[in-house]
Design a binder for this molecule. Structure first.
Ligand code: C5P
Length: 308
């Protein structure tokens, strides 16, 4: 039976990794100017939206209890935004989120749920919004939400919401070490500002990572590995010093490179191929440095409707 017949629609949305995250100075609006390269990877949340007589949210998955099941949930915010955009009288819907993406992990899990809510509500209410309409609603929900809609590999500027697709001929194999406790994105940006102020650093606008973009276009994973970079990493390490051990354990286990993902605390390890990723994951699991260890590949497509 189609999701339509059940009065519901389901979207599947990937996690992201920042292959490069350059952070400029703090702007007057409280955001930082970014130059970042996003890559969508094969860890997915699913968001199902069904007709209901009032707004209801359920969250399933390992870390479901860490996600608010109330109107502050980003998927609920997205559904309400679509209702408003379509000039509906109410946003009554049952929203079910199946989580695989780590919560507060720096992998855009909340943004994925927002993108899923946009797409599924748009289908449920026959809005069938264009990609441009979805991207503009997405930017109102959070800096990473437009990329969750778009997927693939993209250069992000502004606060991360201005996107340009990037040619990526690499098939990237990843190991993800999920940390025992999460980090809040604003806290990590604040810590970066504090560290920069402590060093009297003059922060230039973030530049485009041309060498990394060339390695992606050439499909050269070996050239790419040492170019992975995250300006937020020192701040994440300052808040969770244990992550140094995790990063060391991954490279000692044979990864080509390891970095903190986005604002952290998930650490992601680039491996030579899928077999190498399985072997690195096995060793990391045994080392006890992470709450859980996953493998994934990328790039993958952005938010898509699927049949339940
Ligand atoms: O846009 P989003 O709601 O995901 O951002 C969460 C927080 O992360 C912001 O309130 C801000 O503190 C920080 N942030 C930032 N610069 C960015 C993106 C996010 O300082 N470019």
């Amino acid at each position: 039976m189609s999701p339509f017949a059940l009065g519901g629609a389901r979207a599947r949305v990937p996690a992201k990794i920042n292959l490069h995250l350059g952070v400029g100075p703090l702007r007057d609006d409280g955001y930082h100017e970014l130059s970042t390269v996003f890559c969508a990877i094969s860890l997915f949340d699913e968001v199902t939206v069904r007709s209901a007589d009032h707004l209801r949210i359920t969250v399933n998955g390992d870390s479901a209890r860490q996600v608010p099941a109330d109107p502050t949930n980003l998927a609920a915010q997205a559904v309400m935004l679509v209702a408003e955009y379509l000039e509906r009288q109410d946003a009554n819907a049952e929203i079910e989120i199946d989580k695989q993406i780590p919560v507060a992990g720096g992998m855009a899990g909340g943004s994925a749920d927002a993108a899923g809510g946009l797409l599924a509500a748009s289908r449920l209410w026959r809005g069938d919004l264009s990609r441009d309409e979805l991207l503009s609603l997405a930017a109102a929900l959070g800096s990473d939400v437009p990329f969750s809609v778009l997927g693939g590999t993209a250069l992000g500027t502004g606060r991360g919401e201005k996107l340009l697709p990037v040619l990526n001929r690499c098939e990237l194999s990843w190991v993800i070490a999920v940390a025992k406790t999460g980090l809040s994105t604003p806290d990590v940006y604040r810590e970066l500002d504090r560290l920069r102020a402590e060093r009297d650093e003059i922060v230039p606008p973030p530049g485009r990572p041309d060498a990394l973009l060339r390695a992606l276009a050439a499909g050269d994973v070996t050239a790419l590995a040492p170019l992975l970079h995250n300006d937020l990493q020192p701040a994440a390490l300052s808040l969770q010093p244990m992550l140094r051990r995790t990063l060391r354990a991954g490279t000692e286990a044979g990864a080509l490179a390891g970095i903190v993902s986005g604002s952290g605390p998930s650490c992601v390890f680039l491996c030579a191929d899928p077999d190498a990723a399985v072997s690195v994951a096995a060793e990391l699991s045994g080392s006890g440095v992470a709450r859980s260890v996953k493998t994934a590949f990328g790039p993958v497509a952005g938010a898509r409707l699927v049949t339940p």
